[in-house]
Ligand binder design. Structure first.
Ligand code: DQA
Length: 143
């Protein structure tokens, strides 16, 4: 069975109560449960990880190929806008990756319009809320 991994970066553990007007009221646990259910229908298994720490996220990305994962869905949170280290880790693994954002980063503050991750990802999904993770799964499943 194909295995796809989903990583959520800093502050996404607070989903549900964090700025609900921007990020909605669905918790991260609910998002991951929903994504797992959608993946099961498509014969895909999902592994999931959330961390507030850049280095921990990089450690996990580096291990994905040896653990048999063939795709990555990542919402890097604010690391999106400045983590060249996460960008390099994604590039180093060579795994097809889709970047996800719950909000539409194009329509917010200037600093959010820049993603240093985008170039090493096959696609970027933004502004779809929790459904964005399912869209990313579909894009990877087509690969
Ligand atoms: C986010 C957008 C980022 O700018 C922000 O720092 C986040 C969440 C999103 O899902 O919309 O933490 O990645």
């Amino acid at each position: 069975m194909r295995k796809i991994f989903v990583i959520n970066g800093p502050n996404l553990n607070l989903l549900g109560t964090r700025e609900p007007d921007v990020y909605g009221s669905t918790t991260l646990r609910q998002i991951v449960q929903m994504l797992k259910a959608e993946a099961r229908k498509r014969g895909v298994r999902i592994g999931a990880y959330q961390s507030n720490h850049e280095g921990s996220i990089i450690d996990v990305i580096q291990r994905l190929p040896v653990k048999g994962y063939s795709g990555l869905i990542i919402n890097p949170g604010a690391f999106t806008h400045y983590s060249y280290a996460i960008r390099d880790a994604i590039k180093a693994t060579g795994l097809p990756t889709v970047e996800v954002h719950l909000s539409d980063i194009e329509k917010r503050e200037e600093f959010r319009k820049i993603s240093v991750i985008r170039e090493v990802c096959m696609d970027q999904v933004k502004g779809l809320g929790p459904q964005g993770y399912v869209k990313a799964l579909e894009l990877l499943a087509e690969e």
